[in-house]
Design a protein around this ligand. Structure first.
Ligand SMILES: [Zn+2]
Length: 254
């Protein structure tokens, strides 16, 4: 009950209501109008994206708590969310138990980080048991979506991911390595895991969005075998296709 009261009180004072679907609690910080605009654009895109997958538009409100310093972020994460971000080098996260995105502004690109966590929050609303690699791959793709002149595009920072993915694919790295690694967030392999997961999602999104969508809904129903159930030829053909896409077509932007 106390939480609800605090929520209402803060709602009056310093919550920012964006499109009535995301509420941001600001803790000792402010967000520039340009950042809020990007967040709002991302929210609109993601609500449509997920409504397209799950055939149902959410009326849910998504909550975020934003701290003005990394120190406050760490303190809150450990005490309230029972999570130590330092263990996995997390710069932000979505807490299913608190149903809250938890972030701080001492990051390189706040709007992008926010968009990434927003994807986790919305996907979790629809589906509680997505495979981690798919959840992270989608979030890594959606964090780059930007609204420019009323058109959604991918930001050019994506180029870094393309280069990393090409290097890994050239070396023969596969989604199987990610699945086999068990702990997705292990510090020594997490960069590889994020990159390969993003590469698979980006490939599917840009070549066959419907297939990506059916893969996501299948993963909610059957997290163990959804790739073989949905991708023609299964995992053994998926990776050569991803590699061919990255070396022949390049994901956008060029
Ligand atoms: Zn993530």
């Amino acid at each position: 009950m106390i939480k609800t009261v605090i929520f209402c009180c803060c709602l009056c004072l310093n919550y920012i209501s964006s499109a009535q679907e995301v509420r941001i609690k600001l803790e000792n910080c402010t967000l520039e109008p340009a950042v809020l605009k990007q967040i709002k654009g991302s929210l609109t895109f993601q609500l449509d994206f997920y409504a397209g997958i799950f055939k149902d538009k959410t009326k849910n409100s998504f909550r975020a708590r934003v701290f003005g310093s990394k120190r406050e972020f760490l303190t809150y994460s450990k005490s309230k969310a029972d999570f130590n971000p330092l263990r996995t080098s997390a710069i932000a996260f979505y807490s299913p138990s608190l149903n809250e995105m938890i972030l701080h502004t001492e990051v390189d690109n706040f709007a992008s980080t926010f968009s990434h966590e927003l994807s986790h929050a919305i996907l979790h609303y629809y589906c509680k048991n997505t495979e981690t690699w798919l959840d992270e791959g989608i979030a890594d793709m959606l964090e780059d979506v930007i609204l420019t002149d009323s058109v959604y595009t991918f930001d050019s920072r994506r180029i870094e991911k393309v280069l990393s993915a090409k290097k890994l694919l050239q070396e023969g790295a596969s989604l199987q390595n990610v699945i086999d690694s068990g702990d997705f967030y292990n510090k020594t392999t997490s960069h590889r895991n994020y990159t390969l997961s993003w590469a698979v999602v980006a490939y599917l999104y840009e070549t066959d969005t419907r297939l990506l969508f059916s893969m996501i809904t299948a993963s909610c129903k059957n997290p163990d075998e959804f790739i073989d159930m949905t991708y023609p030829g299964g995992l053994s053909l998926l990776m050569p296709d991803v590699k061919s896409f990255f070396f022949n077509n390049k994901p956008s932007p060029d």
